[in-house]
Design a protein around this ligand. Structure first.
Ligand SMILES: [Cu+2]
Length: 120
């Protein structure tokens, strides 16, 4: 074996270790991000929970488990959003950035109500 090929071998082993390390870090970050997510279903014109506490910046996924269209929205100051018409079976993600109490409603079904407490 020449010096050159030994060095190439050692270098490629080093490279493999580095790639493995980077992949591990990415998986760890993805896992941490997923742990902060909250999923709220919409079934029989009702949110799957009536109240939810999240940390500011957490993402909330709204999943329409009904056979009808919903339109989830909030007009809470700093936490405004409007998912518009959301077809059955689809999901949409939002994040609430500002601390406080956020009332979430459906534009099509006035009885649908969810209160989210956003903490630091
Ligand atoms: Cu609705």
């Amino acid at each position: 074996m020449t010096v050159n090929s030994r060095m190439t071998k050692r270098y490629s082993a080093m490279l493999r270790r580095q790639i493995a390390g980077t992949a591990g870090l990415v998986l760890l970050l993805a896992g941490a991000a997923r742990a902060a997510d909250h999923e709220i279903g919409q079934k029989d014109k009702t949110f799957s929970v009536a109240t939810l506490t999240v940390k500011a910046g957490d993402s909330i996924v709204f999943k329409n488990d009904d056979q009808i269209t919903h339109n989830v929205f909030s007009t809470a100051k700093g936490n405004e959003f409007n998912l518009r018409a959301q077809a059955p079976g689809t999901s949409a993600s939002i994040a609430l950035a500002v601390e406080g109490t956020v009332e979430i409603r459906c534009a099509f079904h006035p009885k649908m109500k969810l209160v989210v407490i956003v903490r630091k």
